[in-house]
Design a protein around this ligand. Sequence first.
Ligand code: 2P0
Length: 346
Amino acid sequence: MTVYTASATAPVNIATLKYWGKRDKSLNLPTNSSISVTLSQNDLRTLTSVAASEDFKEDKLWLNGKLESLESERTKACLADLRSLRQELESKDSSIPKLSQFGLHIVSENNFPTAAGLASSAAGFAALVVSIAKLYQLPQNMSEISKIARKGSGSACRSLFGGYVAWEMGQETNGEDSKAVEVAPLSHWPNMKAAILVVSDDKKDTPSTSGMQTTVATSDLFQWRIKEVVPKRFDEMKESILRKDFATFGDLTMKDSNSFHAVCLDSTPPIFYLNDTSKKIIKLIHELNKREGKIIAAYTFDAGPNAVIYYEQENELKVLGLIYKYFNKVNGWEKLDTKTLDTSSD
Ligand code: 2P0
């Protein structure tokens, strides 16, 4: 029996301009464009290996060693798109194997705890789609492939690129122009660092998908955010990245995290992702920046209480020193698990 195989890794990405809200739930079309930083492959990532064979009668997925159901509409949508692109190749060239008709065995592993409250679906769907695209020998146009990953999980489309990535929301109703594009590679800003402060590894309070639906349906502030705030911020943030202007990048990143949590609070019923420790981190970073007379560190929080702090390498001692001082001393505040991540190289 011939078994065809391929593997791919995809790192976690952390949004600095947040995706929150869908205009189409089944296609994962967002109500605003977003920007993120993809971490290095050495840090948090998913590794996925796929095998196809005529003898595999059905698709199977093992996630972190456990056989999982492949019944989710999102996964089915990704597999259907990939198979249809492979079919196009097969119809043009009758000499290539009919992989689109074979069952797929998919093995996926995260190098970080899935339950740690860190974005795992983004890396997971990105690695799934890229590994199958490799197996099927589809054209390696990452923006095109990002449209398939987007259907798995919106934020997954951004993990197809390293470094600084924009997800352009697009205007079409079929999603053909809602894709990820590179703003700059990781190497563009080699001294940029990220630290993840694990405040809690509890399962998140409100899942992102349902939280977004509640916000879209009930928040007045949300309308202001998507029409007035984000479009301007999107251009400003891209420019700050291209200029490597940390003060502006950091200011916009913190403002956007707060804007996202504000629309969560403005939803009915309100959605709370930050806890008291998150709020202490926010205060501490503002205190540090005030003391320095400029922004040298920026926090951002996703749909949970864990913080990601961006800073430049030369300020690492100042930033992490202060965090350790307040959070890691024996009789101090809550003990935090701090992981520093290198965004500078693969
Ligand atoms: C983001 N988040 O931009 C935002 C910030 C959470 C807060 O993308 O429903 O798991 O799969 O499209 O991508 C989390 O949402 O949601 C997310 P789906 P996803 O990173």
